[in-house]
Design a protein around this ligand. Structure first.
Ligand code: TGC
Ligand code: FAD
Length: 389
């Protein structure tokens, strides 16, 4: 007997409901039909066909899928996680698009927006007709957003925003940006529609990672906005950080999908590649690699599922999300690199997925809180001491 799916080793699918399995299969089919045939080409060209794919992803129902109302599907957190797993098995850039749209841009409006803001943006964003981005990071403040320089100053009834946001997924194509800025009263969030005078963006080029994803810089030069553009419910740094919990949660599952794709590819290759008159899969050293990776992959998937169940029960804590993000991305990156070794020279081309995934996972290790930051979050939970500054 051979296992075609390395996650079958522990029969993790047996822990899912019929509905969860169905959603996972539907997303997996979408990725097989719409993403796998093209993704290497997009990666090589450094492009992502956002405008074409977004409505398709909207029809699939994955944009803001775990949110209730406003055209969103309102699925469980586990179902959302499984969708992320299948999307990232295709490419981290695809999962990034869906994470940023649903868990950062839409979630910030859904959680902190006014009823008018929700009505204006959420249905169109769920359908993939409008694209959002989330601007927290700045050129000089990544891990430490509390010190951001972007300022929003009151001028009569308006706000005037000035500052720069860096490394913003979908930044140069988004129809609306959720922008976080310092005010006299602490950090606040603003919705900045594309075309607002003083608001410009540019695409960041020459990336070696997450090439099938658009990453941009936002420049706000005295952007004047009415008070109705402010997210009324967002009153401190806790607001953007709470959005990060949502996207980090998706990454916990997503990274596992990238790792599964690598391992599946490596097992397939090892069974057909013959050296010294035997398939390389028959060598003990190869089997040790495969077994170690399968153990890591399956424990990552169990951790993801456990955290998903906690989230669905409404009891998940931010430091628990950090455990999942730290472990599962680190393990996925290790698996992707090890799978590349099994592919030998063929492993350095785009014909096979592991090195593409490994390159992508370098970004995933850094964004949404670096591995060092998540280590410190866990350290603080264990000791009570904050060691960031
Ligand atoms: P600190 O004093 O600890 O906290 C400030 C306030 O925030 C609360 N808080 C949280 N609330 C909800 N969820 C969390 N995860 C939270 N973490 C903290 C905290 O309780 C406090 O509330 P209050 O009421 O007392 O004011 O803040 P700090 O300045 O010491 O920083 C803590 C630290 C380092 C953990 C935080 O700054 C951090 O997470 N830094 C990492 C930044 C980051 O992850 N950036 C991500 C940008 S978005 C992105 O990367 C998108 S990639 C998307 C893609 O393409 O998929
Ligand atoms: P820095 O914070 O400068 O960190 C550099 C190094 O120092 C890291 O190893 C870090 O762990 C370490 N370090 C920092 N502080 C400490 C400390 N206290 N103790 C120990 N080590 C420390 N941001 C958004 O707002 N929206 C987006 O959509 C978005 N998309 C992104 C897409 C991509 C492809 C990438 C690469 C990034 C994206 N980001 C986005 C930004 C991302 O969140 C930041 O890159 C990340 O938070 C780290 O910030 P930094 O790059 O400024 O690194």
């Amino acid at each position: 007997m051979t296992l075609t799916d390395p996650l079958a080793l522990l029969d993790i699918a047996g822990l899912l409901s019929d509905e969860e399995r169905q959603i996972q299969e539907t997303v997996a089919r979408f990725v097989t039909d719409h993403i796998r045939p093209h993704v290497a080409e997009w990666f090589e060209a450094g492009t992502f066909p956002t405008r074409e794919l977004a409505p398709e992803l909207g029809k699939l129902g994955v944009l803001g899928m775990h949110l209730e109302g406003y055209g969103c599907a309102g699925t469980s957190a586990v179902a959302y996680g499984l969708a992320c797993l299948e999307l990232e098995a295709g490419d981290s850039g695809l999962r990034s698009f869906v994470s940023v749209q649903g868990s950062l841009a839409m979630f910030s409006i859904w959680k902190y927006g006014s009823e008018e803001q929700k009505q204006e943006w959420l249905p169109r964003m769920a359908a993939g007709e409008a694209i959002g981005c989330f601007g927290l990071t700045e050129p000089d403040f990544g891990s430490d957003p509390a010190n951001m320089r972007t300022r929003a100053v009151r001028d009569g009834d308006d706000w005037v925003l000035t500052g720069t946001k860096m490394w913003i997924t979908n930044g140069s194509i988004a129809d609306v940006a959720t922008v976080w800025a310092q005010t006299e009263d602490g950090i606040r969030g603003f919705l900045v529609p594309r075309g607002t005078p003083g608001f410009t963006s540019r695409t960041i080029k020459q990336k070696l990672s997450l090439r099938a994803s658009i990453t941009g810089e936002l420049i706000l030069d005295e952007v004047r906005l009415p008070d109705s553009a402010r997210l009324p419910g967002a009153r401190s740094l806790g607001a953007p950080l709470s959005c990060l919990n949502e996207a980090r949660f998706g990454i916990i599952f997503g990274a596992t999908g990238a790792a599964r794709d690598c391992l599946q590819t490596a097992i397939g290759y090892a069974n057909t590649r013959v050296q010294f008159d035997r398939p390389i899969a028959a060598f003990q050293l190869t089997q040790e690699k495969l077994a170690d990776m399968a153990v890591d992959l399956n424990t990552s998937a169990l951790l993801a599922l456990h955290l998903g169940r906690l989230k669905d029960a409404g009891s998940i804590k931010p430091h628990q999300v950090s455990v999942g993000k730290l472990n599962n991305v680190r393990k996925a990156l290790g698996i992707a690199r090890q799978c590349r070794t099994i592919l030998g020279g063929s492993g350095i081309t785009l014909e096979y997925s592991p090195l593409r995934h490994a390159n992508n996972l370098e970004s995933v290790l850094t964004y949404e809180g670096t591995s060092e930051i998540h280590t410190l979050v866990i350290g603080q939970a264990l000791t009570g001491h904050s060691a960031y500054r």
